[in-house]
Design a protein around this ligand. Structure first.
Ligand code: DMJ
Length: 647
């Protein structure tokens, strides 16, 4: 397509220079010499102007407009030979020399010829275009669009060379066989449960995001958009690896290598895709050393980056992987982004920064500058205005992993990211003061703060905090390690009570501490259990830090209950009412059941040398990422310092 801007210019110029001007002799005769001179002057000025325009005006053909997903504003090149390709496959523009001053007569001549030729060609193309019908033009535009999309796809799929970085120390990734035969038997049982979950998904839901174990077919939810990204495969990989299920791991690896393509028109949750996919792929890379996983993680992260395109840099909750258009959940207060979502990207992106050298965000710095009501972080923040939405603070849903990632950022940096630690400590202090209470029956619980009022209700999700308190005990200020370990134990106890006070011995989604109620759900829509991991996660951390046998016992109770009430022939399903002896199924095998619940159970019955906590930090989806040791021989610390300064 010709650049339209050329048309008027040429339209004026050609008649002016045309010999046709001499066909009006009577005019010429009547002209006086001075008038002729003035006319000549004007003419030569005009010609100079025209040439000047060619020399000095920017060449529109070089300004390739390229908006992902806005194909209708693409302006294809008319000057294809000016483009070239680097060996890397990246398009580069050559030929800027057209704006430089010609140094000799010969160059001047050839430049003039070139301009003339370009000009003629442009005019010719324009004439041809004008002769075409509307349909022909539309078909042409369509072909151009498809070509650009194809080129884009090729660019996406092709492996991009990443800078070589040293592999962090990877220790204790297999074995962990316990000495006690009884414990070993339990561990084998958990492994068998994983096999059943995986094999069922392999048979009935392969390639889909999740599985419907009763209907025996694939399943998905809105967090994955309209996509088939094999979420369960990516989420399960590292669990398979840690359990020594290598055939299954290879099967999953092959699927990812051949089928996992992120160039899909799907609007996904940035948070969920980050914790499950990027976390899962990075963990698979570190455990197996297979480059392909790293490549995929980086490709996916690039697809998520447009979500950060907001006035504040706080990302949208959702992004369309193809167009890059982002938006927030309709239900979130005042168009806000969610604390637990934008605050749970740090670990994975620090690793990506480490692996690629591309710094990406500065969320923590922005939050540090903001006023916080009572020192608490509200769950809602508007990414346009940078202002908090509704003042609702929670360590459960909407807030949870934000706090978790502050602590884990510090651990993952080999305890050098002291800013993260300080932010975590300050947040915990405010949470203890305003949200943590003891019930009349002596159970410690974490309530929710809503506009200055404490709701005495705790979510299943908040039960992860027992493990977090224990994990953060070492390094806590004012020598409060004992206090935090105790707090972790109290939360673990409360959450165990929430399981123990049900018929199925599985915990409800939320439970109350009000009007004589202690750790039980009241509303029907809070009585379900969807194979969540948080309580078992806390048991595992508490076991690692105390070796109190009650944590293994509680974990075993949960494993047995899951096997008894959630297992069906086509996998494992959530249940709708944990207080009913005859529960109905929700018919979903969540991907986090394979990523987290079964992994934490397996680790609970393994010896401590499997995935030691000095070397590994688990992301919020239980994907282990290695601690980036500051004393790594090959200049890693400067890379790390660089990465950290952006967060
Ligand atoms: C998981 O996807 C993650 O743990 C997340 O942080 C919140 N909880 C679900 C599982 O319950």
């Amino acid at each position: 397509m010709t650049t339209p801007a050329l048309l008027p210019l040429s339209g004026r110029r050609i008649p002016t220079l045309s010999p046709g001007a001499s066909s009006f002799p009577h005019h010429r005769a009547t002209l006086r010499l001075s008038e002729k001179f003035i006319l000549l002057l004007i003419l030569s000025a005009f010609i100079t102007l025209c040439f000047g325009a060619f020399f000095f005006l920017p060449d529109n053909s070089k300004h390739k407009r390229f908006d992902l997903g806005l194909e209708d504003v693409l302006i294809p090149h008319i000057d294809a030979p000016k483009e070239g390709k680097h060996a890397s496959g990246q398009v580069v523009i050559h030929g800027q020399g057209a704006t430089s001053v010609p140094c000799g007569r010969q160059e001047e001549e050839s430049l003039r010829d070139k301009i003339r030729a370009d000009h003629e060609r442009a005019l010719q193309e324009a004439k041809e275009k004008l002769r075409k019908s509307r349909e022909e033009l539309q078909a042409e535009i369509q072909t151009e669009k498809s070509k650009v999309i194809e080129d884009l796809k090729k660019k996406d799929v092709g492996p991009k060379p990443l800078p070589p970085v040293p592999m962090p120390k990877v220790v204790g990734v297999s074995d962990g066989e316990p000495a006690d035969p009884d414990v070993k038997e339990k561990r084998d049982k958990i492994r068998e449960m994983m096999k059943h979950a995986w094999d069922s998904y392999r048979q009935y839901g392969w390639g889909h995001n999740e599985l419907k174990p009763l209907a025996k077919k694939g399943h998905s939810t809105n967090i994955f958009g309209n996509s088939q990204l094999g979420a369960s495969i990516v989420d399960a990989l590292d669990t398979l690896y840690i359990m020594g299920l290598h055939e299954e791991f290879k099967d999953g690896q092959e699927w990812i290598d051949q089928n996992l393509d992120f160039s899909v028109n799907a609007e996904v949750s940035v948070f969920e895709v980050n914790i499950r996919f990027i976390g899962g792929l990075l963990a698979a890379y570190y455990l197996s050393g297979q480059e392909m996983f790293k490549q995929k993680a980086v490709q996916l992260a690039e697809k998520l980056l447009p979500a950060f395109n907001t006035p504040t840099g706080i990302p949208w909750a959702m992004v369309n992987l193809k167009s890059g258009v982002g938006r927030n959940w309709g239900w979130a207060s005042a168009g806000s982004s969610i604390l637990a979502e934008f605050g749970t990207l740090h670990m994975e992106f620090v690793h990506l920064t480490y692996l690629t050298g591309n710094p990406v965000m500065h969320i923590r710095k922005l939050l540090a500058k903001m006023d916080r009501p009572n020192g608490l972080y509200p769950n809602y923040l508007n990414p346009r205005t940078g202002r908090w939405g509704q003042h609702h603070t929670s360590v459960g849903g909407l807030g949870d992993s934000f706090y978790e990632y502050l602590l884990k950022a510090w651990l993952m940096s080999d305890k050098t990211d002291t800013e993260a630690r300080k932010t975590y400590d300050d947040a915990m202090e405010a949470i203890e003061r305003h949200l943590i209470r003891k019930s009349n029956g002596g159970l410690t619980f974490i309530g929710e703060w809503k506009n200055g009022h404490l709701e005495r209700k705790m979510g299943h999700l908040a039960c992860f905090a027992g493990g977090m308190f224990a994990l953060g005990a070492d390094g806590s200020p004012d020598d409060k390690a004992g206090h935090y370990l105790q707090l972790g134990a109290e939360i673990a106890h409360t959450c165990h009570e929430s399981y123990d006070r049900t018929v199925l011995k599985l915990g409800p989604e939320a439970f109350k501490f009000d009007s004589g109620l202690e750790a039980v759900a009241v509303r029907q829509n809070e009585k379900y259990y969807i194979l969540r991991p948080e309580v078992i996660e806390t048991y595992w951390y508490m076991w690692r830090f105390t070796h109190d046998p009650k944590y293994r016992q509680w974990g075993w109770e949960a494993a047995q209950a899951i096997d008894k009430y959630c297992r069906v022939s086509g996998g494992f399903s959530g249940v709708k009412d944990v207080y009913s002896s005859n529960p109905t199924y929700d018919d979903v095998q969540q991907s986090f059941f394979l990523a987290e619940t079964l992994k934490y159970l397996y680790l609970l019955f393994s010896s401590d040398d499997l995935m030691p906590l000095e070397s590994w930090v688990f992301n919020t989806e239980a994907h282990p990422l290695p601690v980036l040791m500051d004393d790594h021989p090959s200049n890693q610390s400067s890379l790390l310092t660089c990465a950290m300064s952006y967060f």
